[in-house]
Design a protein around this ligand. Structure first.
Ligand code: BT5
Length: 197
């Protein structure tokens, strides 16, 4: 489904069955995680939501698919950022109910906020690549997804600061666990924001 303007593609997708895709030129209330805003002027980004079957690894799976679709050396920052030359190119937001998972992907094309990155690509071409990569990676075995995530990761091996609800953890990002959690100096982190130090 294609729309000119929506509040958020996530809101439209929420009402649709598994397999649906919503793409919009503009969002009046695009969102990130934890009530943050996702900004992009009309017609300057790929803004899409895919309705998929719930899966605990989905956030990482969608990240892998999006990085593969972008190509050009795009890398992943745990849990859900797409990075180009170390700057944020896009993000993934998964909102799940027991019966479906709404996977939102935003990728900057014609515009990016200060300090962020954009990709020189056509929106519909990128959307088509994303559909193909999502089909491929959502049907891959978890071990295969995790292995590819590790290869694409810009987070593993780095000294990081993790802002957890109520505390801060600093250490080396050693690995991701079987459920997609980030292991920092032996401690498994499931939610939070990571700063590469
Ligand atoms: C994300 O959240 O990175 C997930 C973004 C998902 C956006 C898509 S667009 C289609 C679908 N519909 C929606 O409403 N959302 C999804 P988070 O990790 O919380 O990052 C949000 C932060 O990124 C903000 O607080 C800003 O600092 C920054 N930011 C906002 N807009 C940006 C942009 N266009 N490019 C780079 N960074 C941005």
């Amino acid at each position: 489904m294609r729309r000119k303007s929506v509040t958020s593609t996530q809101d439209v997708a929420r009402e649709l069955p598994i397999g649906s895709i919503v793409v919009a030129d503009h969002q009046t209330a695009g969102r990130g995680r934890l009530d943050r805003r996702w900004e992009s002027p009309a017609g300057t980004a790929l803004l899409a939501s895919f309705v998929l079957r719930p899966d605990p690894l989905l956030s990482l799976t969608v990240g892998v698919a999006a990085a593969e679709a972008c190509g050009h050396g795009v890398r992943l920052k745990w849990p859900n950022d797409l990075l180009l030359d170390g700057a944020k190119l896009g993000g993934v937001l998964v909102e799940a109910t027991p019966s479906k998972a709404i996977c939102g992907i935003g990728i900057n094309l014609g515009w990016s906020p200060p300090g962020a990155a954009r990709l020189d690509a056509d929106r519909d071409w990128l959307l088509e690549k994303l559909r193909v990569e999502l089909a491929r990676w959502t049907s891959a075995r978890p071990g295969v997804v995790l292995a590819r995530w590790r290869e694409l990761s810009d987070t593993l091996g780095r000294h990081v600061r993790v802002e957890l609800p109520g505390s801060v953890l600093e250490g080396t990002a050693e690995d991701i666990g079987p459920g997609g959690e980030l292991i920092v100096d032996g401690v498994a982190v499931t939610v939070g924001s990571v700063i590469h130090l």
